[in-house]
Design a protein around this ligand. Sequence first.
Ligand code: ZN
Length: 304
Amino acid sequence: MRIANVAGRTVLAHSQKPIDVFEASGGRFGPSPSEVFARWAEFCAWADAEYGTDEVVLEPEWLRDEKLGAPSPHPRQVFAIGLNYAKHAQESGYELPTTPVVFTKFPSCIVGPRYELSLPQGNVDWEVELVVVIGAHAHNIDEDQGWAVVAGLTVGQDLSERILQRSGPAPQFGLAKSYPGFGPTGPILVTPDEFADPDAVEVSCRLGEEILQHDWTSGMVFGVAALVSWLSRITPLFPGDLIFTGTPSGIGMSRTPPRFLKVGDELISRVEGIGEIRQRIVGSYAAPAPAPPRRTAAAEAGGA
Ligand code: ZN
């Protein structure tokens, strides 16, 4: 199944015309995406019974014209995974992790697939990622059940401001990756059964015609089921929660010379089988510059 968020309403997105879920189900499901994720298994059973034998149209034309929102616009939790591809860990100067490296993007940064971005002061970098949307209340899930609690997959950018990220005595992943619009997602959500192999999905991003990142999710250190299981053993997962699963190599910070987004760029991020999100960089603004680290009395004295 393939669904989109059109102006806040869930639509089925597998055919030449969008199908409004609330209307088609006689008010049983929707209209809001959050409501649909809360009853995901029931919703899937209905959609499968009604539309399961329809021919699937990939990337139908109407998707380009509609006002698309994020497939899960109001997640309670947004997890993101660091250093989850070997070459990216290497380009960042780290060893391969032996447990998932987890941080958050604050939910206020989650936007739709065509969000036009203004850049805060600093060095704003790209990170294309496969994004998992959770479709159940999930706690203490075994890895072999990991995929069973996934509603579907979408495309995301884990946009990151590298100066704030690296300021202070320890990295500031959460804040530096949560400026307004730093979590574009979309254009649609695709259920795992629609992929030939949901553990081997092609991910890429480009500026114009120049490919910046390109890899397959089969190269992830921790696959989707392992990430879901790991996270669910620590904190409950809720319907609509997002997991940004990590970025392949090719980020701007690790290039020689380093390269970052600038006004006028259009960043195009793609996952095969789902589609593209496009971020035009339309302006910039002066966010407060990070203050230099404050040395505590203990640090001055050589203590902790
Ligand atoms: Zn990332």
